[in-house]
Every structure is written in structure tokens, then in C-alpha cells.
Ligand binder design. Structure first.
Ligand code: INI
Length: 173
């Protein structure tokens, strides 16, 4: 049975963009550290990664779209932290960033990784950004490496070659 799946090796020319929402920066900073740690341990050079900061998670899809459309990157890792407060703001921001990131991936065809924490409490966000529950930035970077390899491994349709014309068969010759 043919099986196609991504591996975690990195091609020498790989370029990765990180798009990070500054809101709840004390959490997002740790997600970025986790992502950079993962990429470095997979032998990606620092020069191959560019970080783009935007105000908050709501703005991430637009920035991710511009970055993906630049065609300069093999994958875009989106990192943010949406933490529930006393108002419905959480619902709006988390819904928009999820929908937006999914749309950007489908519209551009570039792997866009969803590394947005959506948590009920600050403690839950801290747990997922490098303490008890791992670091979502690290695993988002792993997801990016897997997706880069997976997308490249999917065979493209081969264009059929036109049969060569016999000399003298063109009309008007
Ligand atoms: N942005 C976040 O990234 N996380 C949040 O928890 C958050 N909350 O709760 O308000 C948040 N709001 C800012 C939003 O993303 C936009 O930056 C802002 O509304 C300007 O458009």
C-alpha cells in the first residue's frame, strides 16, 4: 500500500516564517523560544527563520497571508495566546484566528501551522508554553517540518507531452 507521510528532516534551502501576536506576550515569548529551539535542534540556521510580530491573535491571519503570498517561505508558524476573560472577547478572537488561519492555508497552498493557545486560564497557558504540558511552540515547529516534507512528497500530476509533429504535416507548409 503506497503511503506518503512527512519526515522531520530539513532541506538546506528551507525558510520558515513565524507570525506572533504580541497580546499575552509573556506566554507567546515562550512559544517562540520553543519553536526556535525545535528548529535549531533540527539544524535549521537562525538566518532561515524570520519572526513577524503583530498586535494580537486577531491580526495573525492577515500577516500570515501576506507572508505566505510573498512565496519566500516554505511554512508559516502562527503563535498566539488567547486567554478567556470576563467578556465574550475571547470567543470572537479565537473564532476569527482559527477560521482565518485555515483560510490562509487553503487560499495560498503554503503550510500554515496553528500554534494558537486558547485557554480558560493563565495557568493553562503557562502549562502549555514550556512547563507541565510541554511547549506548543516546539510542537508547532515540528508540525511545520512535517508539513514541508509532506507537501513536497505528494506527487504532482505529470503534464502529457504533445507528440512530435512529422515534418511537413503543418497546414500551410
Ligand atoms: N489577543 C490575543 O492574542 N489574546 C487575547 O487573549 C486577546 N484578548 O483576550 O483580548 C487578544 N485581543 C486582542 C486582539 O487580538 C486584537 O489584537 C485587538 O482586538 C486589535 O484588533
Amino acid at each position: 500500500m503506497p503511503t506518503i507521510e512527512g519526515v522531520y528532516t530539513v532541506k538546506k534551502t528551507a525558510k520558515i516564517a513565524i507570525v506572533a501576536g504580541r497580546f499575552n506576550e509573556f506566554v507567546v515569548g515562550h512559544l517562540i523560544d520553543g519553536a526556535l529551539d525545535c528548529l535549531k535542534r533540527h539544524k535549521l540556521s537562525e538566518k532561515a527563520v524570520t519572526i513577524h510580530w503583530c498586535p494580537g491573535s486577531f491580526e495573525i491571519p492577515l500577516v500570515a497571508k501576506k507572508v505566505a503570498e510573498s512565496k519566500k517561505y516554505d511554512a508559516v508558524i502562527c503563535l498566539g495566546a488567547v486567554i478567556r476573560g470576563d467578556t465574550p472577547h475571547f470567543e470572537y478572537v479565537s473564532a476569527e484566528v482559527s477560521k482565518g488561519i485555515a483560510n490562509v492555508a487553503l487560499e495560498t497552498g503554503v503550510p500554515i501551522i496553528y500554534g494558537i493557545l486558547t485557554t480558560d486560564t493563565i495557568d493553562q497557558a503557562i502549562e502549555r508554553s514550556g512547563t507541565k504540558a510541554g511547549n506548543r511552540g516546539f510542537t508547532a515547529a515540528l508540525d511545520a517540518l512535517e508539513m514541508i516534507n509532506l507537501v513536497e512528497a505528494i506527487p504532482k500530476r505529470r503534464r502529457r507531452r504533445r507528440p512530435k509533429k512529422e515534418p511537413g504535416t503543418n497546414s500551410g507548409e
